[in-house]
Structure formats: structure tokens, C-alpha cells
Ligand binder design. Structure first.
Ligand code: B12
Length: 283
């Protein structure tokens, strides 16, 4: 991870170096010292400070965020346009800029990402050209979301685990990736098993990771036999495990254990993760 000098960060934020040194010395920004006594700031710490204080970035390229500068320069204000045009840099810059302005992952997922993907999903009705644009845009969105995932802080090994994925036959990668990021942002260590995960694989993963939260994302209609085997398995989970079920076709999973939460948004998942962490802190 890159280390910034106080001059680097001051220039990026468009403030004086003396202000920046003051913020470091008062503990607003954590820094280490070189052998010569110079302050050095981790890029991740600089981004945390920018997000928490909503500090405007004057020169994003100085923080290794050239895509933010590019998205700004293009003036395009809709994620959907970047996805439709297959503009990977633009989509990454747009998402990252919103994140650095303070939007949470759940807000981005339930708002612009969901809306932009829904707009993309209208295209395949028309012709193969629409299908091509939809597939390309989905890939661009997945890349942008993955880059954002890399910016989330790493959590201590003592943090409780959240684990999830989509059932066998469900190819949808984006919602389960976002669920993992929402759990991480809430303070849980996320294990995302990704798309098309058989029940047996969920079962093995749960034995290994002992999660406090299991999420299942269902975007495509679940065949009755698969739904039965999934709900039988969920029933075997310890009562201390929170179960969250969501996604466009989550209704096709019936006979859930009574304690399973049916959720419609990533905000609901963030709330479930927050409640687990609150209980853990209290005990
Ligand atoms: C990308 C995409 C695909 C890609 C997926 C690629 C990949 N690897 O991920 C591919 C190309 C595989 C695909 C295939 C198909 N697709 Co498709 N696809 C989409 C699209 C455009 C985006 C889905 C997406 O990622 N959305 C973004 C996420 C973030 O939004 P979301 O799913 O709404 O999730 C939100 C909530 O539900 C919730 N949530 C989700 N999961 C969870 C989990 C938990 C625990 C919680 C708490 C909350 C939660 O939070 C999210 C954020 O708010 C949608 C359009 C749309 N409206 O969504 C169509 C769409 C879902 N597809 C559709 C169709 C018809 C198909 C195909 C049948 C097309 C075909 N003829 O082959 C196939 C079927 C594939 C299958 N096996 O089921 C239709 C479904 C219509 C219907 N209601 O039945 C849609 C709606 C497009 C449309 N407008 O017609 N698709």
C-alpha cells in the first residue's frame, strides 16, 4: 500500500502542508514517521479521512485515482450511461467518487447500482445488440464494484464472519458481491461463495467458518427440489446464526425457519449485520 508524504496529501486536497501536519499531529489523520522524522500516511488512511470528513479532492490523480478525475471531466452524471457505453474507467471513477463523498455500499447498491442494472436489463428485450450491451455493461459494473471492494478496510481476525452466495442454478454475481461488501462495511469478515453454489458447499463453508450471519441472494426462480433442500439445510443452522434471504426471486424459497429475515434491500442486510455486532459488543 502506497505511503503519502504530507505534501502529497496536501496537494491532492488543495490545502496547505502546514494544515495537513496539524491534522496529523492532532490525531485526525494517523501517520507513521520515517527514520528522519517525516510523517507518512497510508493511502487507505488518507481515503478514510476524505470519506469521514467529506473533504473535497482537488487533484484525484495524486492519490492514484485517475478514474475519478476522468469521470469528473466527462461531466456524465449517470452510472447507467457508463455501463451502457462499456466505459470501465468512467464507471469505476463514478462509483469511487460517490463512495469517497460518503455514500455507503448499501446506499450505492440500493440506489444507483440497482437502477443502472435495471436500465441495462431492459435492453435484451430488443435484439442481440441489446444483449451484447447488457453483458458488457454487467462486466463493467462487476469490475467497478470489485475495485471498490479493494478500498474497504481490512478487519481483524476477531471480527464475526458473514457468509453467503447464490444457490445452484443462479448465475447472478453482483448482488452477492454487494452483500459481502455491505457485511464488510458493517464490520464483519465476509466470505462470499459467489454464484451457483450447491447446498453441500454452503454446508461445508459454514462448518469451516462458523458464521454469525448467512445471506442467500436469489435472483432467478429456484426449482422446487433445490428450494426444499436449501430450506432443509437452513433449518439445521445454529439458532445463534442470523439468516438473511433477499433478491428479486427470493420468494421462490419457501418454508424458511421462523427466524430467517426476508429482506428487500442491502440496507436491511446492513441493519442485520449491525445488530449482530451490537450484540457482540454488549456481551
Ligand atoms: C445482469 C443480468 C443477467 C446476467 C447475470 C450475469 C452475472 N454473472 O451476474 C445474465 C446474462 C447471466 C442474465 C441472464 C438471464 N436473465 Co438477467 N438480468 C440481469 C440484470 C440486467 C441485472 C441483475 C443485477 O445484477 N442487478 C443488480 C442488483 C444489485 O440488483 P437486484 O438484483 O435488484 O438486487 C437488489 C435487491 O434485490 C437486494 N438483494 C439482492 N440480493 C440480496 C440478498 C440479500 C441477503 C439481501 C438482504 C438483499 C438482496 O439488494 C440489491 C440492491 O438493492 C437484470 C435486470 C434487473 N432489473 O435487475 C436482468 C433480469 C433479472 N434478467 C432477466 C432474464 C429474463 C434473464 C434470462 C432469462 C435471459 C435469457 N433469455 O437468457 C437469463 C436467465 C439466467 C438464469 N439462469 O436465471 C429478467 C428477469 C425477468 C423476470 N422477472 O423473470 C431481468 C429482470 C431483465 C428484464 N428486465 O427482463 N441476466
Amino acid at each position: 500500500m502506497r505511503l503519502l508524504s504530507t505534501r502529497d496529501l496536501a496537494d491532492a486536497l488543495g490545502v496547505s502542508e502546514s494544515s495537513l501536519k496539524r491534522w496529523v499531529d492532532s490525531g485526525k489523520i494517523s501517520a507513521s514517521r520515517t527514520d528522519g522524522g517525516h510523517r507518512r500516511i497510508l493511502l487507505s488512511e488518507a481515503l478514510r479521512f476524505i470519506r469521514d470528513t467529506r473533504a473535497p479532492i482537488a487533484r484525484p490523480e495524486l492519490l492514484d485515482l485517475p478514474e475519478v478525475a476522468l469521470a469528473r471531466a466527462s461531466g456524465e452524471d449517470r452510472l447507467a450511461s457508463y455501463l451502457r457505453d462499456g466505459d470501465s474507467m468512467g464507471a469505476r471513477g463514478w462509483l469511487m467518487a460517490r463512495y469517497l463523498e460518503g455514500a455507503t455500499i448499501a446506499e450505492l447498491a440500493d440506489g444507483p447500482i440497482r437502477d443502472a442494472m435495471a436500465a441495462l436489463g431492459e435492453l435484451w428485450h430488443h435484439d442481440d445488440g441489446g444483449v451484447f450491451v447488457e453483458h458488457r455493461g454487467t462486466e463493467v459494473c462487476l469490475q467497478a464494484v470489485a475495485q471498490l471492494r479493494g478500498m474497504l478496510s481490512t478487519l481483524p481476525v476477531t471480527a464475526p464472519v458473514a457468509l453467503g452466495g447464490t444457490p445452484a442454478g443462479d448465475p447472478y454475481l453482483l448482488p452477492t458481491q454487494l452483500a459481502a461488501m455491505v457485511a464488510t462495511e458493517a464490520g464483519m469478515r465476509a466470505v462470499n461463495l459467489g454464484a451457483d453454489t450447491p447446498v453441500g458447499a454452503f454446508a461445508h463453508a459454514v462448518v469451516e467458518h462458523q458464521p454469525k450471519l448467512v445471506w442467500i441472494s436469489i435472483s432467478t426462480s429456484l426449482a422446487p427440489a433445490r428450494a426444499r433442500s436449501m430450506s432443509r439445510w437452513l433449518d439445521t443452522l445454529p439458532t445463534t446464526t442470523t439468516i438473511a434471504i433477499g433478491g428479486q426471486q427470493s420468494r421462490t424459497l419457501s418454508n424458511l425457519p421462523a427466524r430467517a429475515v426476508r429482506a428487500t434491500s442491502m440496507a436491511d442486510l446492513a441493519a442485520a449485520a449491525g445488530a449482530i455486532l451490537k450484540r457482540q459488543r454488549a456481551s
